[in-house]
Every structure is written in C-alpha cells, then in structure tokens.
Design a binder for this molecule. Structure first.
Ligand code: GUN
Length: 296
C-alpha cells in the first residue's frame, strides 16, 4: 500500500461551487436568480450558526437568500402559515425548516406541508420515496455530499461492501438507499449497523467503505476497520478539551489517529464531510431553480 490519502470536503466542495457558479450565471442570464429560504424557530446556538452559514454561502454565490427567524413561542399553525407563504413565493426556489424544532411543534406535520418541488433538504416523504426507487428529484444533502466525496476522490464503489454505521432519517437510511442504487458512485453491497447490532465490529471489519454516522465521539477504533478500507466520518461531536482556548473541540465518530494508518483513504473532522452539506444544499437549490425556469 502507498499510504493513506485524505478526503477533504473543503477542496471537493470548492470544485462543486465553481461548477454551480456557471449554472447560476446561466440562470441569471435567463432572468432567474436562484433563491433559498431558511427558517429557524427559536435560538438554538448551533442552529443559528448553520443558518448564518447557509445565508452567507448563498450571498457568496450571488443567489437570493431569505432568512426567517421566528420566536421560540411560534405556534405550529404560525409555522405552517410561513411554510404556505414560502410554497407560494416565486422568488424562493427551495427552502428548509432548520431542525430540531421546539417540542410543541410536530416536525412531521411541518415537513409534510412543504411543496416537494421546493424541499431542498429532501425530507418530504414524496422525495424520500422517489430517492428510494432511484428516481430522485433531490438527494438529501449530507449523504449526497458523502457520495460526491467518494466519486470525486476516485473511490470505486461498484460491487464494494459499504457498511453504514447509524440509521437516522437524515443520514444512515438515505445513505444506505443511495449506495445500493444502480449508477456511478453506487452499485454497492450495503449493510447497515446501529446501536442494537450484535457484534458490530465483526461487520464493520468487512467494510471496503465504512461510512460512520452514529453520533458517538471516537466510536470507531482501529480494531473495527479492515486494512486498506476507505473511511468516511459523518460525525460532528463537541467534546471537552482543556487544552483548547474554547474549552471544547470538534471530533468525529471515528478515532482518527488510531484508524488513519489502517485506511487507504479517510475523511477528517473537521474539514471532511462538514463543508459538503451546505454545498449539496446549494446544488439542490440551483437544480430546483433550473426546473422552475424551464416550467415558467
Ligand atoms: N439540522 C441538522 N441538520 C439539518 C439539515 O440538514 N436540515 C435541516 N433542516 N435541519 C438540520
């Protein structure tokens, strides 16, 4: 083996942004400015950071950006009213409701109310179903980002054993569905393991490609990984770190220092999957605007 290569979402997202800039300019030349709206209810600090980053990226790309911040006490009906307004707003081609929502609002009812043509998160059941049958209008941002990292790093997925660690609706489930589809960056044999799996290491050790989205800091250690595997770490966990000025640091679900030497390629945290999520959200928004421009 010739050592380990790093799969850096930072670099990969930049090349995707260059491609998106060209498509955005073409849309603008035809009179359409792609627009994304992001709705935040309450003031969860992590969500505030994400929402700000999404708005900033839109502006950088010359897209129309709307940020809606609603108070924590917003009622479910009040939020539904905002969703209906955005469904009808012709300047907004895609929008998302930042999760989690306050406990008095039913997330499912809100997601079901989003016009599937504007559901750039790909959370609406219609879009999840289309993705599952291999006829997607949108792909969910984080799994799509992981797939792009594999494709653009030249990782062969055809017939390979992909083990997905974690079964969330946002990452694990759609990731598994996408990797088993026919096509480039897919055609894999997929196994999903999760917190209830018996002898999880015996399965992760069989992975040619290990995609980890468990939400447990440093969960995957070297003894759980096959020699030469490709490892993608979707985890973002903030843990205490007395050595850092902030008193905390971001770590993935993979114990990077111990696992790295065993892999042929690995994505670090931070700098790995992180930057890809917003990038794929922007790609979905541009795609939604292109479809809207054609049907105008
Ligand atoms: N909260 C954490 N990740 C996401 C995401 O991808 N979309 C939305 N809407 N909320 C989130």
């Amino acid at each position: 083996m010739t050592g380990t290569s790093l799969i850096l979402g930072k670099d990969i997202s930049n090349s995707i942004y260059s491609e998106l800039s060209v498509r955005i300019q073409t849309l603008k030349n035809g009179g359409t400015v792609p627009g994304l709206a992001v709705v935040l209810v309450g003031n969860d600090p992590a969500s505030e950071v994400y929402v700000r980053m999404k708005g900033r990226k839109c502006e950088e790309l010359g897209m129309h950006s709307v940020t809606v911040i609603l108070p924590e006490e917003t009622t479910q009906e009040g939020l539904l009213e905002k969703v209906r307004e955005l469904n009808g707003d012709r300047a907004v081609h895609g929008f998302l409701i930042q999760l989690p929502l306050p406990p008095h609002i039913d997330e499912k009812i809100i997601i079901n109310a989003i016009d599937p043509r504007k559901d750039v998160d790909c959370f609406h059941p219609v879009n999840v179903g289309k993705m599952l049958i291999g006829e997607p209008d949108f792909l969910p941002a984080t799994p799509a980002g992981v797939q792009q990292m594999l494709v653009r790093s030249g990782v062969d997925t055809d017939g390979k054993h992909v083990v997905v660690v974690g079964r969330s609706n946002i990452v694990g489930k759609p990731m598994a569905a996408m990797m088993m589809q026919r096509g480039i960056g897919a055609d894999s044999t997929v196994t999903v393991v999760h917190s209830r799996t018996k002898d999880l290491p015996s399965i992760t050790k069989q992975a040619d490609i290990l995609i980890v989205a468990m939400g447990r800091p440093n969960f995957i250690t070297a003894d759980m990984v096959k020699e030469g595997a490709v490892v993608i770490d979707v985890g973002t966990n903030r843990i205490d770190d007395p050595d850092s000025p902030k008193g905390s640091k971001l770590v993935g679900d993979v114990d990077f220092d111990s696992v790295k030497g065993k892999t042929s390629a690995i994505s670090p945290v931070p700098g790995g999957v992180g930057p890809m999520t917003i990038c794929m959200l922007m790609a979905n928004t541009v795609a939604a605007a292109e479809r809207a421009a054609v049907s105008r």
